[in-house]
Ligand binder design. Structure first.
Ligand code: ATP
Ligand code: MG
Length: 458
């Protein structure tokens, strides 16, 4: 089973690297026993993942383009493109636990579940027998600023961190250059780096992997855990934090609904996260059943004109008496003045589409002489700061464990994910080429339109 997603391995750079047998699964079964001199023969194979295990990337066959939507069909998808490497503990490992110094860093914005992943990485490292585990404070900045000292981590330190949101280590944008980061890693003797972050962070992680392994020829494993509340990472079923975000978003939608429903001609507008992908807005609309209009970046719309959003709002007020709009932050940016402002990581700062729709709605109803009570809710920071829900808690736990298994297996420049309900490893460049987005021809978007009852706004 060849795969396009073959994983970069330390062996590629160090052909003489000799693996040692892992005792991970044995430790799991009997933490008090010593297995230094080999395995009990009948237990040898228990619980390890074979390097040749593969997961099927797509589990549906579309018999015609019309049965799926044009973008769902990938006619060029060859046999080798369909198989992904299965994640999990390997029988042979490429690091002696006593020689490992592991570091964890969280970058970008907050996302529910960061602490769950940190916690599980630490716990799993300890089960492998690693003693030196540190947290890098405030993202990649913690590698540059002398004043930011690394935080020693152990099971005791992380035991209860998942009970609150945020990141125990802190996050940031921007920071030192890749050579500076690697200089610091070398100086501090870090040979396993776990990077929690989105597309930008992963681009950084891949650059660190190339600098450290290929350029400086150091035996260091760099493993990512994709953190994007927007769920916009390619090829993955979902990313951690997304489920929690959808759940929390419903509270905001429910408040907007109650406000709109209780007012005379009430209109509620809720802005949700989603810079380039409307997954949160789409799923929250579907989940709540209280949304009349869902607007996402992938689907163009008009505000004004006979087929515009505002005309439909008027229709809703006339027929239902109230309406609720859910808009993703990246939607309708073409209506807004470009600010050209960028954040410390170089991301373009978006203008506020929620405020714009609120203002245009007020103006429109004033002009047509129909009273309307417009209320706007932006729950972004309340959602990002939540602790992970049960489903995300489990996802974070498995991703954290698999990140450690991947590093011990000798993979570097990889990231962990869930694919068709199985846990897998991907080479980083494969998943960060561009953000994943909602396919307007997909069944899911059609389901969303069916549930809101909204027309095309073009
Ligand atoms: P979020 O989803 O919250 O935006 P992110 O990982 O995309 O997460 P960014 O602020 O874009 O967040 O980037 C996080 C870190 O990665 C920053 O410290 C930034 O300097 C670094 N970074 C971003 N893009 C790159 C890149 N192309 N190469 C190297 N480092 C990068
Ligand atoms: Mg980003």
């Amino acid at each position: 089973f060849e795969s396009r997603f073959d994983l970069p391995h330390l062996k590629d750079v160090f052909p003489d690297a000799v693996p040692i047998p892992s005792t991970f699964c044995l430790r799991m079964r009997s933490p008090t026993e010593e297995f230094a001199d080999g395995y009990p023969s009948d237990e040898k194979w228990h619980g390890y993942i074979n390097n040749s295990d593969r997961v099927l990337l797509k589990v549906i066959h579309y018999s015609s383009p019309t049965s799926a939507g044009a973008q769902c069909i990938d006619p060029d998808c060859s046999w080798v493109e369909q198989w992904v490497h299965r994640a999990g503990p390997r029988e042979e490992i490429y690091f002696r636990p006593e020689e490992v110094k592991a570091a964890i860093v969280t970058c970008g914005g907050l996302c529910p579940g960061l602490n769950d992943v940190i916690r599980q990485i630490v716990i799993t490292l300890e089960i492998y027998g690693v003693k030196k585990i540190v947290g890098i404070p405030f993202g990649y900045r913690g590698f540059g600023d002398e004043g930011l000292t690394e935080m020693p981590l152990s099971r005791k330190v992380v035991q209860n961190v998942h009970l609150s949101g945020g990141s125990l280590l802190g996050v940031s944008r921007g920071g030192p250059s890749i050579p500076e980061i690697v200089d610091t890693m070398e100086k501090r003797g870090i040979n396993m780096l776990f990077v929690l972050g989105g597309n930008g962070t992963h681009a950084g992680a891949n650059a660190i992997h190339n600098e450290v392994c290929r350029k400086r020829r150091l035996r260091v494993a760099v493993v990512g855990v994709p953190k994007t509340i927007d769920n916009d990472i390619l090829l993955m079923d979902k990313t951690f934090g997304f489920d929690t975000a959808v759940e929390e978003a419903q509270r905001a939608i429910n408040s907007a609904y109650i406000e709109a429903h209780s007012a005379y001609h009430g209109i509620g507008i809720v802005k949700l996260m989603g810079r380039s992908s409307g997954y949160i807005a789409m799923h929250a609309s579907l989940a709540s059943g209280q949304i009349d209009i869902c607007l996402i970046p992938e689907v163009p719309f008009h505000l004004h004109g006979p087929h515009g959003v505002l005309r439909h709002l008027k229709y809703l007020i006339e027929t239902k008496g109230s309406a609720v709009v859910c808009v993703a932050e990246g939607a309708g940016q073409n209506f807004l003045e470009k600010t050209n402002a960028k954040d410390a990581s170089g991301n373009i700062v978006l203008s506020d589409i929620g405020v714009h729709i609120q203002q245009e709605t007020k103006k429109y109803f004033r002009e047509i002489g129909v009273p309307a009570d417009v209320k706007y809710i932006d729950p972004t920071y309340m959602i990002r700061a939540c602790r992970a829900n049960a489903s995300d808690g489990i996802l974070c736990t498995v991703l954290g464990q698999n990140a450690v298994h991947g590093a011990f297996a000798g993979y570097s420049g990889i990231t962990v994910g869930i694919c068709n309900t199985h846990y897998v490893y991907f080479p980083i460049p494969e998943v960060i080429q561009y953000p994943r987005s909602v396919d307007p021809n997909s069944r899911m978007w059609h389901r969303c339109l069916t549930s809101t009852g909204q027309p095309d706004f073009i």
